[in-house]
Design a protein around this ligand. Structure first.
Ligand SMILES: [Zn+2]
Length: 428
């Protein structure tokens, strides 16, 4: 047994989410596999064995034990949709929305996404790194061990590349696994919007200038497009994403967030890895996602924060056989939260999912939305040692104590990722 092996003992429950190493659909989402009386043996960055505690203690004698003190172990969460690289917060817009000021008026006053673009362009890589690092640590402190981070507030060659380089530096500096996504097609920049052929010029910039640099420098694993009436059309999105695929990137989409415009249908046509938001997805869109096996990443925190009464049709998606994931959509405009368990709460109370379904949605299917469900998202031999110890005695308490911070400690690839109380976590 190697010196860096760890044996997790004395947990009230070990929730493994064990099963097929791919996105789960339909009734596959209904069992998170709760085990009692078992221990988890980690060797290096990998789960070595899960089995009866007494037997493992004997066979792994001498290994460092982590006493879970009656807490609950789950796989680390995979937050597959965030916009964590931004400058200043946009808290002033929340009150404006509450008093009925429409988004277009907020944008006219200099707010909205263009405010984040103006701000990010003035900042250095070091500045953006310093701002983003504590945000990602906050996500880690809520049980996230894998996080997808998008660019998309640069919207110029230099500022998008700058953002992606910040993400790369964060990936090197933090213990959590960070998956970078290029979202140059987040919005058409204002100066391009004002020009006659500006839309075409910006598409050319994306496909002919930005994409080759992103691909050559291997700065992103996925390309994403905001496909929505008023932003990028279905045809424009197809052009960008087809080029991105040819350049070797995976495909994700912001799809049908506010209105049903054929975005989910395009995600199915392109066999995108994930289609995200989907609050306004059509029946045809649901069928297309099911046929393609595309993961539907739902972001209930965004709808809550915007004060919307509607949510994505999670139950219809699951019944149609679409694998459903949950994510924070952490961003300064529409979802400024780093609290992953709160998203599980919303999954149960707003999307009407079961506890098992939200757990699978936050682990295995979150990993599938990043194309890594073959090694991330479940506690099973051979999988990445990404696990969280919770200060609860029953996993149903995770969505129950809503808004609470019950993450005691977490490990990513076998290394401490977040530790609330080091002494307790390592007492053996
Ligand atoms: Zn987003």
């Amino acid at each position: 047994m190697s010196a860096d092996a760890l044996l997790f003992v004395n947990a009230a429950q070990i929730v493994t989410c064990a099963g097929p190493a791919r996105a789960r659909r339909g009734s596959e989402m209904s069992d998170a596999v709760i085990q009692t009386g078992v221990a988890v043996l980690v060797e290096g960055d990998t789960i070595k064995e899960i089995g009866p505690e007494d037997a493992l203690r004997r066979s792994a004698a001498g290994v460092t034990e982590i006493n879970c003190n009656g807490g609950v172990i789950t796989p680390g969460f995979a937050d597959s949709h965030t916009h964590a690289i931004f400058g200043r917060a946009r808290y002033e817009e929340q009150e404006l929305r509450a008093t009925g000021v429409p988004y277009m008026e907020i944008a006219r006053r200099g707010g909205g996404i263009h405010a984040s673009v103006r701000d990010l362009r003035t900042r250095s890589e070091d500045d953006l790194f310093s701002l983003a690092q504590p945000r990602l640590r906050a996500l880690a402190s809520s049980g996230v061990t894998t996080v997808e981070v998008k660019s998309g507030y640069g919207l110029s060659l230099d500022d998008e590349i700058k953002t992606l380089r910040v993400i790369k530096r964060l990936a090197d500096a933090l213990p959590m696994r960070i998956v970078p996504t290029w979202l140059g097609a987040h919005e058409i920049p204002l100066d391009y919007r004002e020009r006659t052929d500006g839309r075409r010029e910006y598409l050319d910039l994306l496909v002919n200038d930005m994409l080759p640099v992103v691909a050559r420098e291997q700065l992103a694993q996925f390309a994403d497009v905001f496909c929505e009436p008023g932003v990028f059309t279905v045809d424009e999105s197809r052009e960008i994403l087809t080029a991105a695929r040819s350049a070797g990137l995976g495909i994700k989409m912001h799809a049908d967030e506010l209105s049903s415009g054929g975005a989910a249908e395009l995600a199915g046509e392109l066999r995108a890895t994930s289609a995200d938001h989907l609050a306004a997805v059509s029946d045809a869109g649901i069928s297309a996602l099911a046929a393609a096996g595309t993961v539907a990443t739902l972001l209930p925190g965004t709808m809550l924060f915007l004060g919307k009464t509607s949510q994505a049709p999670a139950r219809r998606l699951i019944e149609a056989g679409v694998p459903v994931a949950l994510a924070t959509d952490f961003n300064p405009g529409t979802s400024p939260t780093t609290n992953f368990p709160l998203i599980l709460t919303l999954g149960v109370s707003q999307l009407r999912l079961s506890v098992a379904e939200v757990l699978i949605a936050g682990t295995v299917n979150g990993a599938a939305a990043l194309g890594i469900a073959d090694r991330v998202g479940q506690l099973a031999p051979g999988f990445s040692a990404d696990l969280v110890l919770w200060d609860v005695s029953d996993v149903r308490e995770l969505p129950y104590w809503y808004g609470a911070g019950r993450c005691h400690a977490s490990w990513a690839r076998g290394k401490p990722c977040h530790v609330h109380d080091l002494a307790l976590a390592f007492r053996s």
